[in-house]
Design a protein around this ligand. Structure first.
Ligand SMILES: *Cc1c(COP(=O)(O)O)cnc(C)c1O
Length: 414
């Protein structure tokens, strides 16, 4: 493979490991399970620990299998480096642990994955001031900024209501103010959208979802896109300023976020995710077209009160979604009309499975207010635009006709 050539998204993922001279010619990066690593001699051990030469120290901070996946994620996001974590929440938690201190302020979209919302409540309890804003309009983000604002955090297509953040203009605002812009790209994946293109400094991916793509491994990642100048960040410890400033953020996150808190990705999980990632582009094309067909069918059905999918012309951010994203992704949600029992409806589905994951090959469906958003209570749900009857669908790669037929039959019984 020619290192210099500018290969496409899938070619790059498929052939990236081989560029590093893979062990024994194995076409898959082997699963390394060793926790400790040997060196030429004791002096080399010391010099690896002191960061004077490359090498692995201890499995918690990284290993060859994980490092190969980190490199793949970096290529997908066209960043300068990535760190993998045990879960997507491990990655987002590391942003909090490594970069925020009591007295800091952050602005977050209020349309968030439920556990991220809960994490920011935890941060608030520890002295970080968090402003939740409607990030579909940059004006709300700008109005919330204070001199203590360290970062702005948004999702691309918010789970579960599919609001699309004002991604480009928030990027311009953060750049003008020297604020770190963190984008959770889980719902779009780097195949549909690269947050770097709108000025994100750090990109979150829950690898558990579409990148792994088969519901068989948990994982998360943070990618430094190289856009943010870490010289501007006030909380980088002297220890992590030894290399060029472009490395400071990841150096501190790897030590303070991964090493100290220990949410390390397992090598077996890294292998599953790497294999899954090979077909990311194919799956995203298929789930996006299935989701669009399903959204259109639901929107035309008289028993359905509302459908939320950025691919529908009725979606408030349909226009910018079309400009920013390659297609509209696998997440949609909808509300049934009053008086229809959503549990009866769910129980009539034969293919779509009631379960709480996203980005699986199989279509998964869940009543949001009764499950994943139950803990936060009705008031906070209402403020996040979550109706009590909201149903979330993670559309899979089933044959389109079978999928539509499953929903059509279940609706017919309402
Ligand atoms: C699932 C998800 C996460 C968390 O990922 P886990 O691997 O489940 O911890 C974070 N952000 C978004 C948008 C998600 O959908």
């Amino acid at each position: 493979m020619n290192d210099k050539k500018n290969y496409g998204f899938t070619t790059t993922i498929l052939h990236n490991d081989r560029q590093k001279g893979i062990e024994h010619g194995s076409l898959h990066k082997p699963i390394h399970t060793s926790v400790a690593f040997g060196y030429g001699d004791a002096r080399q051990l010391a010099s690896v620990f002191q960061g004077k030469e490359p090498g692995f120290r201890y499995g918690r901070q990284g290993n060859p299998t994980i490092s190969a996946l980190e490199d793949k994620v970096t290529k997908m996001e066209q960043g300068v480096g990535s760190i993998c974590f045990a879960t997507g929440m491990g990655a987002i938690g590391a942003v909090f642990q490594a970069l925020l201190r009591a007295g800091d302020h952050m602005v977050s979209s209020s349309f968030l994955f439920g556990n991220t919302n809960s994490l920011w409540q935890t941060a608030a309890g520890q002295g970080v001031d968090v402003s939740f804003v409607d990030a579909t309009d940059v004006a709300n983000v700008e109005a919330a900024l204070t001199p203590a604002t360290r970062l702005v955090f948004v999702e691309t297509i918010a789970n579960p209501r599919t609001q699309v953040a004002d991604l480009k203009r928030i990027g311009e605002l953060c750049k003008a103010r020297g604020i770190l812009y963190v984008v959770d790209n889980t719902m779009t994946t780097p195949y549909l959208f690269r947050p770097k293109d709108v000025g994100a400094g750090l990109v979150v991916n829950a690898l558990t979802k579409s990148i792994g793509g088969h519901g068989n491994a948990l994982g998360g990642s943070l990618t430094d896109t190289g856009v943010y100048d870490w010289n501007q960040y006030p909380h980088i410890y002297e220890n992590y300023k030894k290399a060029a400033p472009a490395q400071w953020g990841l150096a501190q996150i790897r030590a303070k976020g991964l090493r100290d808190f220990g949410a390390s990705l397992a090598p077996e999980a890294a292998h599953h995710i790497a294999v899954g990632a090979e077909t990311l582009a194919l799956r995203m094309e298929r789930t996006s077209s299935n989701a669009l067909a399903l959204a259109r069918m639901l929107e035309a059905d008289e028993r359905v009160a509302a459908v939320y999918y950025p691919g529908l012309a009725s979606h408030p951010q349909h226009g910018i979604s079309g400009e920013l994203f390659r297609s509209y992704g696998s997440l949609l949600s909808f509300e049934l009309k009053d008086g229809i029992d959503c549990f009866d409806f769910l129980n009539r589905l034969k293919l779509a499975i009631p379960a709480s994951n996203l980005g699986d090959t199989r279509t998964l469906i869940i009543p949001v207010a009764h499950t994943i958003f139950y803990e936060m209570g009705p008031a906070r749900r209402a403020s996040m635009g979550i109706a009590e009857s909201l149903i979330r669908v993670s559309v899979g790669i089933e044959d389109e006709a079978d999928l539509l037929d499953d929903f059509r039959t279940a609706l017919a019984g309402c």
